[in-house]
Write a protein that binds this ligand. Structure first.
Ligand code: MF3
Ligand code: CO
Ligand code: CO
Length: 334
């Protein structure tokens, strides 16, 4: 077989140039290189698998501006207070994101590859007339993030089969009605050890404690303070490198929402603001290492990490969680 040049079409028939698609992964393998091995990593640590060809989205689905180029236009949304039309479209996008997540969760069991989860999820977005927001976002190659065990976030679905005892975060974002809706949950694969059960339960508690602080007049730093309090009680590490974010017509926008206590974050919350809270909580050290794929973030010590995410609207009376399961009552109404 003749060698593929960087500007030739990729072997995976994605239609993208080789250098923009599989080249770095192929190179990594030829060099015998692998992901950086974390300190204290166990022999069963997660390793990169094979990527399937890029999935396509039917022409009738409305796409975000970066879908073709990989680069968001960067046109800044000036007003971070949303009007009633924008809020109604946010509600629809977030409800749909929840539905897609439930489809992904239902497919989780030992032996299923994360790529199979991607395929099922990809079809679920399309069935709802939505675009999978992560697909080609800054070149990200898949339709959701699957972060297993010591992977903190942005794990790329691949040929690795889920194993009994794994924990996996499923992070779903849909672009629908011109808005992005974003949520994630960490779920169990088969029977999980009690330390992991405690990590996952506490991470959910961190998310809900952070959200409980959200109301008009409170400050961004109150969210991180609440999260950090819960994590500290258990000696867990709060990841600092990845933060919650404003969301709407743009996937990631202002404000930034740290999940640790940063007293400098005095920005005041107002009705009509929409943003995510998405704490990543580690069994051990809060610091991360990045794989050579430049996406997958893993814990530095090889211990496990969990995450939960909701998209929120600040209301006159407190906070509306836009990504709750269908029919679940709002937990924080004042
Ligand atoms: N959904 C993730 C987040 O919350 C972002 C994933 S971006 C990707 O914020 F490119 F990594 F997929
Ligand atoms: Co997300
Ligand atoms: Co998010």
């Amino acid at each position: 077989m003749s060698k593929i040049g960087p500007n030739d079409p990729c072997w995976c028939s994605s239609g993208r140039k080789y250098k923009r698609c599989h080249q770095s992964r192929d190179l990594m393998k030829q060099l015998g290189g692998d992901a950086p091995v974390a300190k204290n990593a166990k022999s069963n640590s997660i390793k990169p698998g094979e990527l399937s060809p890029i999935r396509t989205v039917p022409a009738h689905i409305v796409r975000p501006d970066y879908a073709l180029t990989g680069r968001p236009s960067g046109s800044r949304v000036r007003n971070i207070i949303k009007n009633s039309d924008q809020i109604e479209r946010m509600r629809r996008a977030c409800r749909a994101a929840r539905q897609v997540l439930e489809v992904a969760k239902a497919a989780i069991r030992p032996g299923v590859t994360t790529d199979a989860i991607d395929a099922i999820t990809h079809q679920a977005y399309i069935n709802l007339n939505g675009y999978p927001s992560t697909l080609n976002y800054h070149g990200y190659p898949k339709s959701l993030c699957t972060s297993v065990n010591e992977v903190i976030c942005h794990g790329i679905p691949d040929s690795r089969a889920l194993e009994d005892g794994d924990i996996v975060n499923l992070d779903v974002t849909i672009f629908l009605d011109g808005m992005h809706g974003d949520l994630s949950e960490t779920v169990f694969v088969g029977k999980v050890d009690s330390a992991s059960q405690k990590l996952v339960a506490t991470t959910h508690e961190c998310l809900m404690r952070g959200i409980s602080t959200v109301k008009p007049g409170s400050r961004i730093c109150d969210i991180g303070r609440g999260i950090q309090e819960v994590a500290d009680e258990h000696g867990y590490g709060v990841v600092r490198a990845f933060v919650g974010h404003g969301i709407g017509e743009t996937f990631h926008m202002d404000p930034q929402v740290p999940h640790y206590f940063d007293p400098g974050q005095t920005f005041e919350l107002r009705p009509g603001m929409v943003f995510t809270v998405e704490p990543m909580i580690n069994q051990g050290d809060w610091r991360h290492l990045m794989w050579d794929d430049r996406w997958t973030a893993v814990t530095m010590d090889g211990k496990r990490s969990a995450q939960f995410e909701h998209t929120l609207l600040v209301t006159e009376r407190g906070v509306e969680i836009l990504t709750l399961p269908e029919g679940e009552p709002q937990p924080f109404v004042f």
